[in-house]
Design a protein around this ligand. Structure first.
Ligand code: ADP
Length: 248
């Protein structure tokens, strides 16, 4: 049987008086490549914060790796790349290598001596995201898509089992989005990384994804990408709120 990495049961959440998530239930299993899709304001960031334990549900239960989130201690199993990571301007004084190496703190502890093979680990993480040639470049000189890859390498160097990516395709040129998804698919298939990403960018979501969850306050659909592709325009509009182009 596949291991369950994340499980939400009847999770609801509200800020002050506004309920933003209602009765969310779904599972993410080992090997899944899940895209959580929803328009702006549908609760995607809130759902990620719940799954990372940064906020607590008002009702329902969240389990990480089969343990209640309250007692889960293996934070290093989860690599998180926030949306704000790739906001470095050209003056930011850090090389790609330094940025990636800083991800080791999660594995070995802050202020601890880095392992002897840390240069090899940097190379391995950068080649997994196709950025091995950029090791000594300044992070601020890279494009949005290249920075995003470096931040994924920074998460990978701590060897997480699960990668969580918040709006990873924001800032990537349209023509480069599919090759970005190809890179994520190779992490999923060849490096056995389970991946969850959230995005509002429904039109560019790739066929390389295995599962889709449609969010708008609650889960409107959760299943294989292939089943998602068969949803009718009405079903898509009920969830997204306005017309969604037919998805590839
Ligand atoms: P998304 O990531 O899909 O854009 P969010 O999770 O950021 O959606 O927001 C969901 C809803 O919760 C929105 O209506 C938003 O205005 C509201 N919201 C988000 N953060 C806060 C907050 N800190 N306090 C009050 N309301 C919030």
């Amino acid at each position: 049987m596949k291991k369950t990495f994340i499980e939400l049961q009847d999770v609801s959440f509200q800020y002050e008086h506004t309920k933003v998530l209602h009765n969310i239930s779904f599972k993410v299993e080992e090997g899944d490549f899940l895209a959580i899709l929803g328009p702006n304001g549908s609760g995607k960031s809130t759902l990620l914060k719940l799954m990372l334990g940064l906020i607590k549900p008002i009702s329902g239960e969240i389990k990480l790796f089969d343990e209640p989130i309250q007692s889960f201690r293996h934070r290093e199993w989860i690599g998180y790349v926030s949306q704000k990571s790739n906001a470095f301007n050209s003056a930011f004084p850090a090389t790609v290598e330094e940025v990636v190496k800083s991800g080791l703190a999660k594995k070995v502890g802050l202020f601890k001596r880095l392992p002897k093979n840390s240069n090899d680990l940097v190379e391995k993480a950068l080649s997994a995201v196709g950025m091995e040639k950029y090791q000594s470049r300044n992070i601020g000189q890279l494009s949005g898509g290249q920075q995003q890859r470096v931040f994924i390498a920074r998460a990978l160097i701590a060897e997480p089992k699960l990668l969580i990516l918040d709006e990873p395709t924001v800032g990537i040129d349209h023509e480069n989005v599919q090759s970005f998804y190809d890179m994520l698919a190779s992490l999923n298939e060849e490096q056995q990384k389970t991946i969850i990403l959230v995005t509002h960018d429904v039109d560019t979501v790739s066929n390389r994804i295995s599962h889709v969850a449609c969010l708008n306050q609650t889960i409107h659909f959760h299943g294989f990408k292939k089943e998602f592709d068969t949803l009718s325009p009405d079903q898509l509009n009920n969830w997204y709120g306005h017309s969604v182009r037919k998805i590839h």
